[in-house]
Design a protein around this ligand. Structure first.
Ligand SMILES: [Fe+2]
Length: 388
């Protein structure tokens, strides 16, 4: 059926405050939402970079008392969610503020579930729609351009018993306000710019091509692809270029909105299996797998890949050629930002079988444009590893 005839609902529970310097709006936001005690969730890198000092000064100005939970790992763990929630409960926090990349923001969303519902364990909330009532207000302040987590309804948390990434998804998890300030990304290290940028590109490409895409997520995804394709290399080479950083921040925001109203697909299913196994940056896992999943999915969405090639400003004469050019461009972009190929990582072929099984079980696998079985996942892992 044509996408124009399909029903959809577009809900956005998050106010977005965007702009260079917009962090300064925090004081008035705290006052207007009547926040007195906050739990700030961040990580040690953000504290070292001095961003926590900036946030702390703004909270003090707003007469908000706060405690800081900064033990969030690059791939946030269930035990960290539980420890952060315990801190929030002890301090009687009436709001949660997430400052950082996708890891602190995802961790903060899961912490807010336990804090608001007075629960101890996050595992029972795994899956879609397990949260039945509103949570305490969450304020998200991204410091990378990739995750889109500031506006999404989901959180991905590492299950430390079974060693896989579980997804918790509910509109109740969405932030009350996303404060999106590209100035906060000016000091991002190159490797983080590269991997988070490729994560954002993967969100946009998957949101545009999965079965549950709708006309609004399409519009958001195409604009995101254009911005990211145009600006990732400049943001990578000239980290202090505010225009490129702003384009990446907007691209990542639009891609986050797109996939939260559509879905991600098999690239994320595989990247989560790989990242859960090896504790690697999420965006790097996506970047490695993206062109190979696109190659696999191409027979079922060639026209859409061609439309993506158009958004990437590529010239072609038919859909088949356009789809191939989009895949080639994705590979080029990963190489430009110097991300390593799959076989340079500490992974061995003997891991592929278990990772393929996990990928097939991921809740987003059914969204992929071309259905993928465990056997298909295994074959794509092997092709990506062999660079075929
Ligand atoms: Fe992602």
């Amino acid at each position: 059926m044509s996408i124009l005839m399909k029903d959809f609902i577009f809900t956005l529970p998050t106010d977005i405050h965007y702009g260079p310097g917009s962090i300064s709006q925090l004081k008035e936001l705290m006052v207007s939402h009547d926040i007195r005690k906050a739990l700030v969730v961040t990580d040690e890198g953000i504290v070292k970079a001095g961003l926590m000092d900036t946030l702390g000064a703004l909270l003090t100005e707003a007469a908000v008392s706060y405690v800081v939970y900064d033990h969030v790992s690059p791939n946030p763990r269930d035990v960290e969610v539980e420890a952060g929630a315990a801190m929030g409960k002890a301090s009687q926090a009436d709001a949660v503020i997430a400052l950082g990349g996708g890891s602190p923001i995802d961790c903060a969303k899961a912490i807010n579930v336990l804090l608001s519902l007075d629960e101890e364990k996050i595992k029972p909330f795994e899956g879609k729609g397990k949260i039945s009532k509103p949570l305490k207000p969450l304020f998200t302040i991204p410091t990378t351009s990739g995750t889109g987590s500031e506006v999404t309804f989901s959180s991905v948390i590492n299950d430390t018993q079974d060693h896989y990434k579980m997804t918790i998804k509910s509109p109740h998890m969405a932030a009350k306000v996303a404060l999106v300030d590209p100035q906060l990304t000016l000091g991002l290290p190159k490797a983080v710019t590269a991997s988070t940028g490729m994560d954002a590109l993967t969100h946009a490409i998957e949101a545009y091509t999965v079965k549950v895409a709708n006309p609004i997520s399409d519009a958001l995804a195409l604009q995101a692809v254009e911005l990211i394709n145009d600006s990732l290399e400049t943001a990578y080479r000239q980290g202090d270029n505010l225009e490129a950083r702003s384009a990446m921040m907007l691209g990542s925001l639009l891609a986050g909105l797109a996939f939260s109203h559509s879905d991600v697909g098999s690239v994320h299913c595989m990247a989560e299996a790989l990242g859960g196994k090896l504790d690697l940056p999420h965006g790097l896992c996506n970047a490695i797998l993206l062109p190979y999943v696109m190659e696999f999915s191409k027979p079922d969405c060639q026209d859409r890949y061609a439309r993506l090639a158009q958004a990437m400003n590529l010239n072609f004469s038919n859909d088949a050629e356009g789809a191939d050019m989009a895949i080639k461009r994705v590979k080029e972009l990963s190489a430009t930002v110097e991300l390593p190929p799959f076989n340079h990582l500490a992974v061995s072929r003997s891991d592929f079988d278990a990772m393929a099984a996990l990928s097939a079980k991921n809740i987003s696998t059914e969204s992929n444009p071309r259905p993928m079985t465990k056997k298909d996942y295994l074959s794509v892992f092997q092709k990506a590893y062999d660079n075929e």
